[in-house]
Design a protein around this ligand. Structure first.
Ligand SMILES: Cc1cc2nc3c(=O)[nH]c(=O)nc-3n(C[C@H](O)[C@H](O)[C@H](O)COP(=O)(O)OP(=O)(O)OC[C@H]3O[C@@H](n4cnc5c(N)ncnc54)[C@H](O)[C@@H]3O)c2cc1C
Length: 294
């Protein structure tokens, strides 16, 4: 069985940041990433699906200034967030939080960002394995090692320390935490309450010049166009008139239960499911990252 000091499940921003920190402090750190295909990355890599914007003070939390990133990661510098409702709208030009980054924020290419964080962790000495899907974790506080991870290949990895960075779906995290909760509480009830969580689809779209000019410095969010208290379409401007466009929705919303359907601009009375982008399939699907030019 392979043995490491620190095993990290998931190779997204959380996993690679943890690996970077562990390796920098001299630990033998191993990231295990199941690996997903993307239209905008060669080979398998981390999921990298969610929209990609950073606000000013996040730069300090992250501890990485955008100037340190390779070309092509940062897409657009932002000067505001726009919130547009059916009868009112507002622009937010400051987060109000002190920050060393002078702009309002920036948008970035998520797959390139994740690849940059991966190489940064590897440069610090961490190991990153793709096609390493973790299927089970056994924890034994007094054991040597204290954690044994089983991969889909059947291989086992032993680790003294375990970091669960498997993203919003948290399939591994929830199984591990269930062991430590009272019998009547499942981690899934606490971490993924279906009433509060969101799903979204998203895709890249090339905008007509006159519309791109209106949004190129802003992340824009709408409300009141789709049913659901947390439903909001959004635009994150990238380069060359391409924007990332998406819709965040409450998970499991029953469209048949929606009243006054014709009061929502993005829902037509004849729709029998939540409208999807042309080339997307499901929430957080990587198919949704395909570039569309219409
Ligand atoms: C609609 C939406 C929009 C968002 N927009 C933004 C935004 O604009 N800016 C922002 O900063 N954040 C945004 N977020 C939050 C975003 O999810 C996080 O910023 C970021 O992706 C979290 O990083 P992570 O490493 O925790 O998870 P992820 O990026 O999800 O990484 C988890 C990784 O774990 C891997 N994995 C999962 N299970 C296993 C397993 N069993 N074995 C091995 N590997 C596994 C996955 O393949 C994935 O690569 C958004 C989220 C949503 C849902």
């Amino acid at each position: 069985m392979e043995r490491v000091d620190v095993a990290i499940v998931g190779g997204g921003p959380a996993g690679t940041s943890a690996a970077h920190a562990a390796a920098e402090h001299g630990a033998d750190a191993l990231v295990l990433e199941k690996g997903v295909p993307r239209a905008d990355r060669e080979g398998l890599g981390p999921d990298s699906t969610d929209a990609a914007g950073i606000l000013d003070y996040w730069v300090d939390i992250m501890g990485i200034h955008p100037d340190e990133m390779p070309d092509g990661v940062v897409q657009n510098v932002l000067d505001r967030a726009e919130f547009r409702g059916p009868t009112t709208a507002c622009n937010l030009r400051s987060t109000g939080i002190e920050s060393s980054y002078d702009e309002f924020g920036y948008t970035f290419h998520r797959a390139r960002f994740d690849d940059f964080l991966r190489s940064r962790a590897e440069e610090a000495g961490a190991h990153y394995r793709v096609e390493a899907s973790v299927t089970a974790v056994d924890a034994d506080r007094d054991g040597h090692p204290r954690h044994v991870l089983t991969l889909a290949s059947g291989e086992e990895v032993g680790a003294d320390h375990l970091l669960l960075c498997d993203g919003p779906q948290r399939t591994v995290t929830m199984n591990v935490l269930d062991e430590f909760l009272p019998e009547h509480r499942a981690a899934s009830q606490v971490l993924s309450p279906p009433t509060a969580n969101h799903i979204a689809y998203q895709e890249y779209r090339k905008f007509p010049e006159e519309i791109y000019q209106q949004v190129q410095d802003a992340i824009v969010f709408w409300w009141g166009l789709m049913p659901g208290h947390t439903a909001y379409p959004w635009i994150f401007p990238n380069r060359d008139r391409v924007c990332r466009v998406g819709l965040t929705m409450p998970i499991g919303m029953d469209i048949d239960a929606v009243e006054a359907r014709d009061s929502y601009d993005l829902l037509h009375p004849e729709d029998d499911r939540i409208p999807q982008a042309r080339r997307t399939s499901s929430a957080c699907s990587n198919a949704s990252t395909a570039t569309s030019t219409s």
